[in-house]
Design a protein around this ligand. Structure first.
Ligand code: ARG
Length: 458
């Protein structure tokens, strides 16, 4: 194995060490970004008079042909190459001759890999944003369809107060909207160019780093060349953003899994988004949400990998940083894969409003409203709370509900009760009355949907 640095060494690189050292199996996916970076660099070198225009044109044409050939499959990636940077450069020299060796003037692989990864992740963030927007749009549409569908709301997984499914779905819409905000911030962090930082100290050539930054869609060149080649904050930010997003999808998945159990039976997933059992013929399993919930774990692991890889690194570049790619690529792939199946699963699920309503009619879910009724009659809330608690205990003893308990029994507990208590604790009324800003009434839910649609344009 003849390496680029063979002149300095007496022996050839051990084949196993070459395998160990190589990043090509995972960094080849950055070939477009690597070539885009080189094209911007070579244009700048000619602009600065470091290369002639003729040299630039030959190199650019060579790079263009390599890009086309990798993309079409005509040029297979050499698995023995050390990384994508060396592969492209070696291929360029093969194609255009010695002039290809001039490309690597005033740059190093340290700034090259940093710009490649930034460009790759900028593009990946765009894809995650589109996926998240599709999910958000589906959530808004479903929330609108079920803005008045009553279901039990839970705390401690105990029936707490009646809510609407639309309200519940909009809670997730808010999480995804925050995820989108964080993704936009990540994109900004990534869009800073380290190209031209060279190995660590900058260069003696009259380069124009602002020119390459602009050509590559970055807002500006980073201000410190040592920071430029050692900064992986943007990778960690994205991994953290994805981990948080996966946490949201995982919580939602957990609820979907519960909702499709026979115990809840609030929804049914479409056949196309469910799986069967190899032995139990009756089974319809929610594998998609289970896998999404499981995959949240690996996204947390990737974040921890990245933080740990970086924690002890002295400035500037260290080969440890090559370990950043598999972790962040896995997080990107995972979240994209999850969004891809989660959104249509949600769009096609069948909601069972009758079952939701039946569940909401049990469990004394209107007890707070009963207490609020007494407050309306002038009792302090703590007193009203105590009386209602005693009434619930009585119902449990008698096998009754607050709706079926006779007025005479109500009045044993407080003279403030009148026949209008039954209207006050009616399930629909309980929901309709919660018109506070951000509350669960269909009117409040529709207001939430409208304002989010306006903010997001979805
Ligand atoms: N494959 C390397 C990485 O992913 C590229 C940079 C190599 N730089 C070096 N000085 N060996 O980090």
């Amino acid at each position: 194995m003849q390496t680029m640095w063979a002149g300095r060494f007496q022996k050839q690189l051990d084949a196993d060490v070459n395998d160990f050292n190589s990043a090509i199996s995972f960094d080849a996916r950055m070939f477009r970004q690597d070539i885009a970076g080189s094209l911007a660099h070579v244009a700048m070198l000619a602009h600065a008079g470091i290369l002639t225009d003729a040299e630039r044109d030959v190199i650019a044409a060579g790079l263009g042909s390599i890009l086309d050939d990798i993309a079409s499959g005509a040029l297979p990636i050499d698995p023995v190459a050390e990384d994508i940077h060396m592969f492209v450069e070696a291929e360029l020299t093969k194609r255009v001759g010695d002039v290809g060796k001039k490309l690597h003037t005033a740059r190093s692989r340290n700034d090259q890999v940093a710009i490649d990864l930034r460009l790759y992740l900028m593009d990946a963030i765009g894809k995650i944003e589109s996926g998240a927007k599709e999910l958000l749009k589906t959530l808004l549409d479903q929330a609108e369809a079920y803005a008045a569908t009553i279901m039990p709301g839970y705390t401690h997984l105990q029936r707490a107060q009646p809510i609407t499914l639309g309200h519940h779905l909009m809670a997730y819409a808010n999480m995804i909207e925050r995820d989108l905000c964080r993704l936009a911030a990540c994109k900004k962090s990534a869009a800073v160019s380290p190209l031209g930082c060279c190995a660590l100290a900058g260069t003696t050539y009259p380069t124009d780093r602002a020119m390459t930054a602009k050509a590559l869609g970055c807002a500006f060149p980073c201000e410190n060349s040592m920071d430029g080649v050692s900064d992986r904050d943007f990778v960690i930010e994205l991994a953290s953003c994805i981990a948080m997003m996966m946490m949201h999808l995982s919580r939602f998945s957990e609820e979907i899994i519960l909702w499709c159990s026979w115990e809840f039976h609030f929804i049914e997933l479409d056949d196309a988004y469910s799986t069967g059992s190899s032995i139990m013929p009756q089974k319809k399993n929610p594998d998609i949400p289970e896998l999404v919930r499981g995959k949240a774990g690996r996204s947390y692991g990737n974040l921890m990998t990245l933080l740990t890889v970086m924690k002890g690194l002295p400035l500037a570049y260290n080969k440890d940083m090559q370990e950043d790619k598999e972790a962040i690529f896995d997080s990107v792939d995972t979240v994209l894969q999850c969004l891809h199946v989660f959104t249509p699963m949600l769009a096609t699920m069948r909601v069972l409003p009758d079952n939701m309503r039946k569940a909401a009619a049990n469990g004394f879910i209107n007890a707070t409203d009963c207490a609020d009724y007494l407050v309306g009659k002038g009792l302090p809330f703590r007193e009203a709370y105590k009386i209602t608690g005693a009434l619930v205990a009585r119902c449990i003893r008698d096998g009754a509900t607050l709706e079926t308990l006779p007025l005479a029994v109500y009045r044993e507990y407080s003279g403030a009760f009148d026949a209008d208590v039954y209207e006050a604790i009616d399930l629909d009324a309980c929901v309709m009355k919660r018109t506070s800003f951000g509350g669960t009434s269909p009117a409040s839910v529709r207001a939430q949907i409208a304002s989010m649609r306006e903010r997001t344009g979805l």
